[in-house]
Design a protein around this ligand. Structure first.
Ligand SMILES: C[S@@+](CC[C@H](N)C(=O)[O-])C[C@H]1O[C@@H](n2cnc3c(N)ncnc32)[C@H](O)[C@@H]1O
Length: 179
């Protein structure tokens, strides 16, 4: 399924995380073994399938997608990939949805409105367990929009351990919440 989506998204320049960043995300999941993940911004479900497919057997992923039409695609693509039971899709603006979510998360992918990354993270912070991994996509191409986010995870009095992964044309920030 991901190989099929890789071909289509590359051909049509659809902004998904793609293979190189996907490898890093997969490695992070293998290393940290999260079981309750959340993704902000799902588009067609590429990163959802990648994350849900890498989670351990009891792992679950919540996808928050503001476009209700796309949210339906995410759900059906996850089902086609055999991951329907692991993926729950919530259609709505993440800034309205996150405060309504119960429980705690140990893995986050942020890949929605660039100017809102810091607000997503601030809303999520009280819902994260120590050691939670937060991945923020597009920190290279949207560096200026994401400056407040990057300042927060890099200079938060040691609360976060954060580093950038460079992919040539773009980058991705990986931040671990200290215990
Ligand atoms: C770059 S795409 C996500 C790509 C996806 N993560 C992947 O790699 O397959 C950004 C998505 O964020 C969604 N989005 C934008 N603002 C949002 C918001 N406030 N809440 C939830 N989703 C949002 C858009 O509708 C779009 O589908």
């Amino acid at each position: 399924m991901l190989a099929l989506m890789d071909r289509a998204t590359t051909l049509w320049h659809i902004p998904v995380v793609g293979r190189a960043k996907g490898r890093v995300i997969r490695r992070l999941i293998e290393r940290h073994r999260p079981t309750r993940a959340i993704e902000i911004g799902s588009l067609l479900g590429y990163s959802a399938i990648l994350i849900a497919g890498a989670l351990p057997p009891r792992g679950r992923l919540i996808c928050v997608e503001s476009n209700p039409y796309l949210a339906k695609f995410v759900k059906s693509n996850a089902e086609v990939a055999g991951l329907g039971r692991r993926v729950k899709v919530v259609a709505g603006d993440a800034l309205r949805v996150i405060p309504l979510l119960s429980g705690r998360f140990d893995f986050v992918l942020i890949d929605a409105a660039k100017e809102d990354y810091l607000d997503y993270l601030r809303q999520l912070e009280p819902k994260l367990v120590p050691g939670a991994v937060v991945v923020a996509d597009n920190t290279g191409i949207f560096r200026r929009d994401l400056a407040p986010y990057l300042e927060h995870v890099r200079d938060s009095a040691g609360r976060w351990l954060s580093r950038e992964h460079d992919f040539g044309g773009d980058a991705m920030e990986v931040s671990i919440l200290r215990g």
